[in-house]
Design a protein. Sequence first.
Length: 146
Amino acid sequence: MATVTFKKGDHVEVCSKQEGFLGSYYEGTILKQLGPDSYEVQYKNLVEEDDELRPLVEVVPREEIRPTPPTIHFGGGFGLYNKVDVFANDGWWVGTITEKKGSAYYVFFASTGEEIVYHNSLLRIHLDWVNGKWVSSKKRTPTFLA
């Protein structure tokens, strides 16, 4: 298994392990490495409870941190049953495309059993961080939604 070391200023995503947020990812920046297995991270969209003007800063174990995924541009839109990340509630949540109407996509979240409609600007292709590399979560289905 490849180990990635981050440095000050690196843009990353932190995987939440908290109940109700499990599997969601939050954008942040590495402030410093605190040891071989932990980092101080300042979140981009999360704020301190007692001061909503201050970004939240936390100590995060290395195994909960991944680099920011690459931006992938494609012209065909998302396909039916494609796995996607949706930006909602200050973080990225994994879901599956179930329907499209105009520029809106219906996304099903297995973690909550909910299906919610999102504008395509809030979606990105889901990639998994495996052994230090970004990989497609599965082969893309050839069934594209018009």
